[in-house]
Design a protein around this ligand. Structure first.
Ligand code: HEC
Length: 114
């Protein structure tokens, strides 16, 4: 079989498109995973914290007012939130038995973005 120059370059072009496509898929996959983490830290916050602190962290909820929960919007450091979530503070319960260390870190990172 005689492979013309033209066919040869077509094959090369096709292969390059395939490689670029594969790289694209890998990066889309990585982005999806990052979003997955963001969603789960947000849902941890929604499940365990928002009843008092509100979805925006301003603690303007019924339970937030009743317990005089602090406004936690404005970027509290991850280290501080981890400490308080582990130990509890005043009317805020400790989450040491409810959440894993990884979940506490995840929710604390989310609080830092509020
Ligand atoms: C039952 C209501 C309640 C729930 C649920 C709750 N908190 Fe709190 N939180 C409080 C109260 C009340 C305070 C103020 C404690 C004090 O100073 O006496 C507080 C304080 C804090 C503080 C300290 C803010 C500062 O500036 O010192 C952080 C951070 C915090 N909460 C994060 C969280 C996170 C994250 C969750 C979820 C894992 C959570 N809280 C769940 C009631 C709650």
């Amino acid at each position: 079989m005689k492979v013309s120059k033209r066919t040869f370059f077509r094959v090369i072009a096709f292969a390059s498109v395939a490689v670029v496509g594969a790289i694209g898929l890998v990066s889309v996959d990585a982005a999806a995973k990052t979003n997955g983490n963001a969603v789960s830290s947000r849902s941890l916050y929604a499940t365990h914290c928002a009843s008092c602190h509100g979805s925006d962290g301003r603690s303007n909820t019924k339970r937030g007012r009743e317990t005089e929960a602090d406004d936690i919007s404005g970027g509290i450091s991850t280290a501080k939130t981890i400490r308080i979530v582990k130990n509890g503070k005043g009317d805020m319960p400790s989450f040491k038995r409810k959440l894993t260390a990884a979940q506490i870190t995840s929710v604390a990172r989310y609080v830092a973005t509020l």
